[in-house]
Design a protein. Structure first.
Length: 106
């Protein structure tokens, strides 16, 4: 199974560093970076708003736990947004590419 993983980060520096690391370590086959996301959320009892980058990562199910550990280690937030959505169907060669390029560590 393959996943599309949604992550938000506070700025360009963190977005590029996280995407580069995840792909270099083969925890994600690829990562798309979208800037200018406006997030509204509740944190520590109050409603907050911030501009963020959205990362969409293509990840194999087998690599997901290692992927999460790496994001948590390198993410600047105490509770990073990491949400995985299963890819139910898609272009088979592309899904194969994700599985071949997103591997569990060790």
């Amino acid at each position: 199974m393959t996943l599309l993983v949604y992550i938000t980060v506070p700025d360009k520096k963190n977005a590029h560093a996280l995407a580069d690391m995840l792909v270099a370590e083969k925890l994600a086959a690829g990562v798309n970076l979208l800037r200018g996301v406006r997030s509204v959320y509740r944190w520590q009892g109050s409603v907050r708003e911030s501009r963020e980058y959205l990362l969409l990562a293509q990840v194999s199910r087998a690599a997901f736990e290692n992927f999460c550990q790496a994001v948590r280690k390198h993410h600047p937030h105490e509770v990073p947004c990491i949400v995985a959505l299963p890819i139910e169907t898609g272009f088979t060669p592309f899904l194969d590419w994700i599985r071949e390029n997103s591997l569990p560590s060790g």
